[in-house]
Design a protein. Structure first.
Lengths: 139, 469
């Protein structure tokens, strides 16, 4: 299996996945992040059973959490806040793996139909008929 | 009135009887409606039954057929539509309390297509709220409650096309329409022992369907066989100017007839060695037997590994960001708290925080994944693996902690928009169904259908059904 256990994403369609995939704080409204009324937690608060994060990762998690609490905190119970803290923390390692994957400056964003469209100029395998033995390979 | 066996006949067989006027669409619809009214609530299978519409459509079909105007293999065939497809004038709840009273004044394109071929809509199938896009922890994450598996009502159907799976498995309709953004056709098909087709992204219009992650949402059939899926897919596929995500006209349409099987192309199968980390013993045995069928009846079967990369991470981010955008008003208004599931009430807040740079990194990774997968299909016509590594799970299971395993094939298949078909291939312990999936190149839906047809022509697992009393 290619995936190591420590990189396994919880599996249940979007269930946990959708919750896991969390955010960097760069889109958080700056006025909220700067609001004086927001208590800023120290970035060393790692949940006891949570993933081991770098200081930078933990700081990023904390920033996201505070952004959420600043915007929506009044709606959330303490239990829900704890859940958000956990979800945000657990999202960090997948995010780190995503960012660590090497992409080039020229790599384009994957438009979902691109492989199909790229083949428009090439022989298509869509026919129900048998392929000839010498069927050209796509370069 | 038709007997019990009629409920498990394939669309193809029902069509033969209807075309030859040996079976009345009205009688068939009455029978399915009675059965759905009797058993639907047992499985929480329906969001809504629509007997008046069904009987009106059935009577129209019968009249046309009697006058010699037979529209084709879906004419007079009863089906259920997942409750995220708009049907004019009816509630379309998306399985979620905040949308419980939502009514559209137009039909989804899929519904219009099915109307045009004379299919008969029995009702709307229940589903996981918002198709699971906001996350969910329990099978009960639905306006209709937990969907119970007809093979064992203490187990789940899987989601999010949960009602669609239950309806087909319990013989409450001849087929159902499901949707998949990530796993929502393949998993319920496997858990419920039915055949389910996830078409290539863009082959079926999503106009009038709830948007979850627009760059990954797909609509497809769940039915009794690969052939039935092909017939239904042929009816609903095609370019739609109202859905800019649909593929161009010349690539959208799909035609199918059994005569296409007369000269099948020899299929080269890539058996995936790393689709799942491990299979439960009850799954492994029937899957192993299925590989023997493949080796015997397919052109070639060779082991191959999926490319390694952060595909799940990329797919997860794409779903999360697009879902947060799709449901921004729900999140921002606070009405997200009306969702049933405790995780669904919160995940939107977390997902909303994503950065544009991370989303674009995920899209870049998607393109790399697409190229890698496309190159695999230079060698293989279809890839194959178990549909799921476990059988249907107990209803009360906490999915967040109790069902944890990597799913690179689900990630790659869905971020790359690849077609897939799940077919039954046996039973695990406690008589729970096991599924085998075929995944094809983008646009080559026929390959996965042909693979399923070939497999089902040499097995009869798809003809099994649970005993419903």
């Amino acid at each position: 299996m290619a995936n190591k256990s420590d990189s396994a994403i919880s599996r249940r369609e979007f269930a946990r996945r959708a919750a896991f995939v969390s955010a960097a704080a760069s889109l958080a409204p700056s006025n909220l992040l700067e609001a004086e009324s927001i208590p800023v937690r120290q970035p060393a608060q790692q949940p006891a059973n949570g993933p081991k994060l770098s200081p930078e990762g933990q700081a990023e998690v904390e920033s996201r959490i505070q952004s959420i609490f600043a915007q929506y905190g009044s709606r959330l119970s303490d239990a829900q806040k704890a859940d958000i803290r956990r979800l945000s923390t657990e999202a960090q390692l997948p995010l780190d793996r995503l960012r660590a994957f090497a992409t080039e400056n020229g790599d384009g964003p994957g438009l979902y139909l691109k492989p199909l469209l790229e083949r428009e100029k090439k022989p298509s395998p869509k026919s129900a008929m048998p392929r000839p033995a010498t069927a050209p390979k796509n370069p | 009135m038709p007997g019990e066996e009629i409920f498990y006949l394939s669309v193809s067989e029902l069509a033969k009887r209807i075309e030859s006027k040996k079976l009345s669409p009205v009688d068939l619809t009455h029978a399915y409606l009675d059965r759905s009214q009797k058993f639907g609530s047992r499985f929480n299978a329906y969001a809504l039954l629509t007997p008046e519409i069904a009987l009106e459509q059935a009577q129209a079909a019968e009249k046309e057929i009697q006058h010699g105007h037979y529209r084709g293999p879906l004419h007079g065939i009863p089906y259920a539509a997942k409750d995220l497809l708009a049907v004019k004038g009816l509630p379309t709840t998306w399985g979620a309390k905040p949308y419980a009273n939502q009514v559209f004044d137009y039909n989804a394109t899929v519904i219009d297509h099915l109307n045009s071929v004379g299919a008969v809509m029995l009702g709307k199938a229940s589903m996981i709220e918002l198709a699971g896009g906001m996350g969910y922890r329990f099978a009960s994450a639905s306006l209709q409650g937990e969907a119970k598996n007809p093979w064992d009502t203490t187990c789940w159907t899987c989601g999010s096309s949960s009602g669609s799976g239950a309806i087909v498995a319990a013989g409450l309709a001849a087929f159902a329409i499901g949707t998949e953004t990530w796993g929502s056709i393949i998993c319920p098909s496997a858990y419920c022992g039915v055949s389910g087709l996830r078409p290539t992204y863009g082959r079926v219009s999503r106009y009038g369907a709830m948007a979850l992650a627009p760059s990954m949402d797909k609509i497809g059939p769940m039915a009794r066989s690969a052939e039935d899926c092909a017939r239904i897919f042929a009816a609903i596929a095609g370019h739609d100017p109202k859905d800019r995500g649909t593929v161009p006209i010349d690539k959208g349409a799909f035609t199918y007839s059994p005569s296409m099987e007369l000269h099948p192309r020899p299929l080269k199968v890539g058996w995936l060695t790393n689709a799942w980390k491990s299979l439960e013993p009850g799954i492994a045995k029937p899957v192993e037997a299925a590989t023997r069928i493949l080796k015997r009846y397919f052109s070639s079967v060779k082991e191959v590994a999926l490319p390694v990369g952060p595909w799940e991470e990329a797919g997860g981010i794409i779903v999360a960001v697009e879902c947060a955008a799709s449901f921004r008003p729900l999140i921002r208004s606070g009405r997200v708290s009306e969702l049933t599931d405790p995780l669904g009430q919160l995940a939107g807040y977390v997902n909303e925080q994503y950065s544009a740079a991370d989303y674009l990194q995920a899209l870049k990774i998607r393109e790399i994944a697409q190229k890698k997968m496309d190159s695999l299909f230079e060698t293989f016509d279809v890839l194959a693996a178990a549909s799921q590594p476990v059988p249907a799970t107990p209803l009360p299971l906490n999915l967040e902690t109790g069902l944890v395993f990597p799913d690179p094939l689900g990630a790659l298949g869905n971020i790359c928009g690849l077609p897939a078909l799940s077919v039954p291939c046996g039973f695990a312990d406690k008589n729970l169904p096991v599924g085998l999936q075929f995944v094809g190149r983008a646009g080559d839906d026929f390959a996965v259908i042909q693979a399923g047809r070939t497999f089902q022509s040499h097995t009869d697992w798809h003809k099994n059904h649970p005993k419903i009393h």
